[in-house]
Design a protein around this ligand. Sequence first.
Ligand SMILES: Cc1cc2nc3c(=O)[nH]c(=O)nc-3n(C[C@H](O)[C@H](O)[C@H](O)COP(=O)(O)O)c2cc1C
Length: 172
Amino acid sequence: MDCIDAIQGRRSIRRYKSLPVERKLIEKLLQITQMSPSAGNRQARDFVVVFDTAVKEKLAEAALSQEFIAEAPCVVVFCANIERSSARYGTRGELYALQDATIAAATFQIAAHTLGLGTCWVGAFDDEAVSDILHLPEKVIPVAIMPLGYPDEKPPVYGRIDVKKLMHLDTW
Ligand SMILES: Cc1cc2nc3c(=O)[nH]c(=O)nc-3n(C[C@H](O)[C@H](O)[C@H](O)COP(=O)(O)O)c2cc1C
């Protein structure tokens, strides 16, 4: 599958086959993810990989009871490591860390799809609750909860705004 096919073929997957996702495969996906760019190559992101059923259930509850999170064989929580970026960039480091984590999550979704796995970006969650559940250090912020599993649905393509309405030439 080439990169453009992967981008065009990815969908948010919220139903998963009851097949395990091997830890080795997740490590491989995260190694690919790590090739994403980052500000000053600080890689101000961390990944919390959750297999534990009780932890997954708590995450689902913290994400406004989106139960499909608990039903995925694995959940990866992408975190911005403000500490790592701010050490070099001061207050600007906060924005960079958020971007470092966000681009990693996006790369992960495409890489997972390429390897036959499905993901769904979950952004609706209680930040403090997720930080507590995962014991995140003070300057580490959860950015995206990403359930991962073998797809058990084929969602339709949701429409996109015509790019002509979004593209501004030279100035807004
Ligand atoms: C920042 C962000 C937050 C999102 N939050 C949620 C969420 O909390 N729950 C959910 O089911 N999907 C969530 N999504 C997935 C979107 O609903 C989905 O990407 C969008 O409807 C387009 O569908 P597609 O991914 O299949 O192309 C989120 C996506 C992004 C990028």
